[in-house]
Ligand binder design. Sequence first.
Ligand SMILES: [Zn+2]
Length: 155
Amino acid sequence: MQLNYFNFTESILPFSMKTDVHSPETRSYNMSQIKGKNTKPELMVRKFLFSQGFRYRLHVKYLPGRPDIVLPKYKTVIFVHGCFWHGHEGCKYFVVPKTRTEWWLNKITDTQRRDDETLFNIKSLGYKVITVWTCELRGKKNERFIALKETIINK
Ligand SMILES: [Zn+2]
């Protein structure tokens, strides 16, 4: 494979789960890991929101796409998307592997199609949808967090 091994593995492998003092949701741990729930980037976002006084629900089943974070008071949902799996356009962490390229592309295109559908369905229920990409949580994450807060609060 030609691609940068470090970036590649870091962007596709699930981050190890850390203790999240703000959430009792450790049920079905294995399942959540398989589905990429409770990833480190997601926990970072949750921790920030909690510290700012936001209260949220997690992986809400009754909403399309089972959003990672739901802020009922603001009728806002947040998805924390891995740049590789969700095919973050123009992102340096979205590198299509040189082997089994077609298989990966199909898989990622499927995910993108599902994401678009989810976005449309949730918006049509009157929710604001915010996508946080994991690349945005590297380095300048405070800027992303400030912007996130403003997006939530501003109607
Ligand atoms: Zn990205």
